[in-house]
Structures are given as C-alpha cells and as structure tokens.
Design a protein around this ligand. Sequence first.
Ligand code: HEM
Length: 154
Amino acid sequence: MYSTLLSLHSLVRWFVLAFLVYSIYRAFIGYNQNKTFSKTDNAFRHWTATVAHIQLMIGIILYTQSPVVKYFWTDTKSALQNLDLTFYGLIHIFLMLTAIVVLTIGSALAKRKPTDKEKFKTMLVWFSIALIVIFIAIPWTFSPLSSRPSFRTF
Ligand code: HEM
C-alpha cells in the first residue's frame, strides 16, 4: 500500500503542475487580452483545485503510512537534526498545505468576482503564488531540501 501510494503521489504531482501552469497561462492571456472568462476557463479553475485536492488526500494518507514520517515522530529530537526527515515530517506538509489553501482561496475568490478581468487577475495572482510554493516544496532531484526520483514505477 505504501509503495503504491508513494508512486501515485509522485505521478499526480505532474498533473497538479500541468493544470496549474496551464490555468496560469490561460489567466495571463485572458487578463492581458481582455478575453471573456469562458466555460473552459472556469473548468480549468475548478479542475486545477480538484486535482490539487486529490493530491492532498493522497498526501494525508501517505503521511500516516510513511516509515520516514513515523520515524520522525518517534524520535523527533534526533530526527530534527536530519534535513531529509524534517522535510517529510514538517516542511513538505506545511508548505503543501499552505499552497493548497492559497489555491483554494484563489479559486473561490475568482469564481465570485463580478467581472471577467477580475476573475483572470485573481486566478493569475493566487495560482502563481501556489505554484511557487509547490515548486519549492517538491523534492526535485536537484532540490537542496530533499531529493527524490521524478518518476516511480508501480
Ligand atoms: C500539491 C501538493 C503536493 C505535491 C505536488 C507533492 C509531491 C510530492 C512528491 C513529488 C514526493 C516524492 C515522492 C517520491 O518519493 O517519489 C512527495 C512525498 C511525500 N509527500 Fe507530498 N506532495 C504534495 C502534498 C502533500 C501533502 C499535503 C502531504 C501530507 C499531508 C504530503 C505528504 C508526503 C509524504 C509523507 C511524502 C514522503 C513519503 C515517504 O518518503 O515516505 N504531500 N510529495
């Protein structure tokens, strides 16, 4: 179960990133070219938040199953000396939760804005902040915080 969840969590990261980047691109073009906030724009706003929420659910379950996290909470004092353990025990969850809250607020605010221009602007700003935080919190192969493979087999 643990290794399946880990592979799934690793894979879904690419969907989260793809949806976010494309939604931000649409918001940028829509805002600059004074476009109408179409049904497709609204669908991307909605689905980007939904994919992030799916990743959040997988992440929460993974957090309860992970031996890395278990070790962190059994021997927290010495685990805090180790960046990799601290990353999964605290940093990753804290930054990802923050990013998903930002994304969710942005999506909800954009939905309620009265004009199309404001909808695009709200999406552009909040989704971009969420993307930056997510980017920092992903354990890329080149990340100084923790390094994990880009793809895992199931
Ligand atoms: C947009 C949100 C998130 C993204 C893009 C993301 C991405 C990732 C990636 C790429 C990994 C490395 C997987 C691997 O080793 O192949 C990872 C590990 C992990 N993530 Fe997330 N994550 C997100 C949110 C969360 C949240 C909210 C939680 C907890 C509530 C969480 C818990 C974990 C845990 C516990 C691990 C490591 C498990 C282990 O090595 O035993 N993630 N995450």
